[in-house]
Design a protein around this ligand. Structure first.
Ligand code: DQA
Length: 165
C-alpha cells in the first residue's frame, strides 16, 4: 500500500503551545474606550489568534480574567503545559508583584502585550513590574500587537526546540 503523506497516523512534529492571558477589563474590549483600545472585541482577537496559530503550527489557548489570583493560578498551571506565555496583565502590569513572581517561578518565556503605548499615557502606566523578566514587550499596535506577539512566540519556540519546525 503506498504511503500517504497526509496519513493521520504519520508522525508529526509537536506543535508549539502558547497560553494567552488577558487581564482585567479586557473582556470589555470593543466597548471600552475605543479611542484608546480600538473596536476589536476580545472574542475577535482570540478567534484570530487561533486562526493564525493554526497557520503557524501553534496551539493557542486563550484565557481572560479580572482576578489577580486567577492569573497567578493560570501561570502556575502553565508549567509543563505551555511553551510560551503571552500576557497582557492590564492594570496589574503596574501593581502586581504576585504576577511577576508567578512568571519568575514557572520560568517560561513570556511576552508582554499592551494594546496602547503606555508611555504615551499617564505616568503610573509607565512602570511595568514584569518588563525586566519577560523576553520582550509589544505595545501601541492595538489588537495587531497580539498577532505580532504570536509570531514572536514562534521565533522563541523555534529557537528553543528546532526540531519542532
Ligand atoms: C493595557 C494598559 C494598561 O495600563 C491598562 O490598565 C489596561 C490595558 C493595554 O493593553 O494597553 O487595562 O494593558
Amino acid at each position: 500500500m503506498p504511503l500517504n503523506k497526509t496519513d493521520a497516523t504519520a508522525p508529526r512534529a509537536p506543535q508549539l503551545k502558547v497560553l494567552v492571558i488577558h487581564g482585567p477589563n479586557l473582556n470589555l474590549l470593543g466597548a471600552r474606550e475605543p479611542e484608546i483600545y480600538g473596536s476589536t472585541t476580545l472574542k475577535d482577537i482570540d478567534r484570530e489568534l487561533k486562526r493564525l496559530g493554526a497557520e503557524l503550527g501553534i496551539t493557542v489557548t486563550a484565557y481572560q480574567t479580572n482576578s489577580e489570583g486567577a492569573i497567578v493560578d493560570k501561570i502556575q498551571n502553565a508549567r509543563g503545559r505551555a511553551d510560551v506565555i503571552l500576557i497582557n496583565p492590564g492594570a496589574y502590569t503596574h501593581t502586581s508583584v504576585a504576577i511577576r513572581d508567578a512568571l519568575s517561578a514557572v520560568a517560561l518565556p513570556a511576552i508582554e502585550v499592551h494594546l496602547s503605548n503606555v508611555y504615551r499615557r499617564e505616568r503610573f502606566r509607565h512602570r511595568s513590574l514584569v518588563a525586566d523578566i519577560v523576553v520582550g514587550r509589544i505595545m501601541g499596535f492595538g489588537a495587531a500587537g497580539y498577532y505580532l506577539a504570536l509570531r514572536a512566540a514562534r521565533e522563541l519556540g523555534a529557537a528553543s526546540a528546532p526540531e519542532r519546525h
